[in-house]
Write a protein that binds this ligand. Structure first.
Ligand SMILES: *[C@@H]1O[C@H](CO)[C@@H](O)[C@H](O)[C@H]1NC(C)=O
Ligand SMILES: *[C@@H]1O[C@H](CO)[C@@H](O)[C@H](O)[C@H]1NC(C)=O
Ligand SMILES: *[C@@H]1O[C@H](CO)[C@@H](O)[C@H](O)[C@H]1NC(C)=O
Ligand SMILES: *[C@@H]1O[C@H](CO)[C@@H](O)[C@H](O)[C@H]1NC(C)=O
Ligand SMILES: [Ca+2]
Ligand SMILES: [Ca+2]
Length: 353
């Protein structure tokens, strides 16, 4: 009798895991192929071959691009080379990228940049905040940008026990930011977390005086950005294939206004400064990203969301490719009719819309 119960329990357990695995395959679009949507005027950016995970463009048209991410579960073509931050001036006729020099005293060998966000203070000094994973930990590095010298001066490293598995940040003021945590476990239990869809990831508010979780319950919180009027925060939940629109309160807490379902795995978000539209860099099929195969590579997809705050946001595809041109798009950013598309580990694309 005991044996029968044990067998039944084992069977039920295996069935549950099997069912969860099938659900997970559905959730990460394991069966999806993309239909191409390719603007006429696009070319790959020379000098960016090993990732361009995040992009942030200043109001002046200077774009910062983080490159060389090494992160568990995602491919990397240059595992022995440190990451870099590149600069591109979108005002130029044929913009080219240039690696930014980083000041001495910062450990460049272990630099592993992930999400980035810029901040301009009242004296017009530009700061670049970078999520860094030195030795697979998570820190936030603050740099001052020296435009003339094309260099970054390292000012500070921020560490905190709640700043774990950080994916992206959005800076709100001097040393104040929201950060997303994209997974809870940092060991093999991360698989359990994905399969069981535990939803233990969150958004953290950080300031020198106060650090707190301001929103939780995400499958895997990823890209984060702020609306042009600074009242709303947009967060991509990559495993839930949606964008959460959150209202920001005076005490920095966030409350959810709505969720926009997209049916694709949303990575990083940016906002078109001219229109307020959200641009989302997406992974059409995550299995192809997680199990990299040069014969059948992961594709790329960029969505534009108009009127995100309205009853009926309009969603259109700005770019889609099966991986023959661009693999693993993670971010898209626009500046005056020019579109930059970055990827987790592959090249980057420049389009004139
Ligand atoms: C974009 O998404 C990818 C995949 O999650 C992530 O590795 C990368 O850090 C993101 N980039 C930014 C700028 O947030
Ligand atoms: C990308 O990485 C490969 C392998 O390490 C290296 O040979 C190549 O120069 C890198 N390309 C760029 C543009 O950094
Ligand atoms: C980069 O910085 C280093 C040390 O700060 C300096 O020696 C080097 O000349 C700089 N390179 C460029 C291209 O400015
Ligand atoms: C991707 O699309 C191109 C045409 O755009 C086609 O030639 C190629 O075979 C496709 N690749 C895969 C893996 O489906
Ligand atoms: Ca970012
Ligand atoms: Ca991201």
């Amino acid at each position: 009798m005991g044996k029968l119960v044990a067998l039944t329990l084992l069977g039920a357990g295996l069935a549950l895991i099997g069912e969860r695995l099938m659900t997970l395959r559905e959730r990460i679009n394991a069966y999806r192929e993309v239909e191409p949507v390719e603007p006429q005027n696009c070319h790959l950016i020379e000098g960016l071959e090993n990732g361009s995970e995040d992009i942030d463009i200043l109001p002046s048209g200077l774009a910062f691009i983080s490159s060389g991410l090494k992160y568990p579960g995602v491919p990397n073509f240059a595992p022995d080379e440190p990451g870099q931050i590149f600069l591109m001036d979108l005002n130029e006729q044929n913009p080219r990228v240039q690696a930014l020099n980083i000041s001495d005293g910062f450990d460049k060998a272990s630099f592993n940049p992930h999400g980035i966000s810029t901040f301009i203070d009242k004296d017009q000094i530009v700061y670049l905040y970078v999520v860094n994973h030195p030795h697979m930990e998570s820190t936030v590095e603050i740099f001052k940008f020296e435009e003339q010298q094309r260099s970054l001066v390292h000012l500070k490293t921020i560490k905190h026990e709640l700043l774990k598995s950080v994916n992206d940040i959005v800076v709100l003021g001097a040393e104040q930011f929201y950060a997303t945590r994209d997974h809870y476990f940092t060991n093999f239990l991360v698989l359990l977390e994905m399969v069981m869809d535990l939803r233990w990831t969150y958004i953290l508010f950080y300031s020198p005086r106060e650090v707190k979780v301001v929103a939780k319950g995400f499958s895997s919180a990823n890209g984060i950005t702020i609306s042009p009027d600074k009242k709303y925060i947009y967060v991509a939940d990559i495993l839930d294939k949606n964008i959460h629109v959150m209202k920001k309160h005076d005490n920095w807490d966030l409350t959810q206004l709505k969720v926009i379902q997209l049916g694709t795995l949303v990575d990083n978000l940016t906002v078109d400064p001219d229109t307020g539209d959200i641009l989302a860099g997406c992974h059409p099929n995550a299995i192809k990203l997680l199990m990299y195969n040069t014969e059948d590579p992961p594709g790329s997809e960029v969505l534009r969301i108009r009127n995100a705050l309205s009853e009926k946001p309009r969603i259109s595809t700005e770019y889609a490719n099966n991986g023959s041109m661009l693999q693993g798009s993670s971010v898209a950013s626009v500046y005056q009719g020019k579109l930059l598309i970055g990827t987790v580990f592959h090249k980057a694309l420049y389009c004139v819309l």
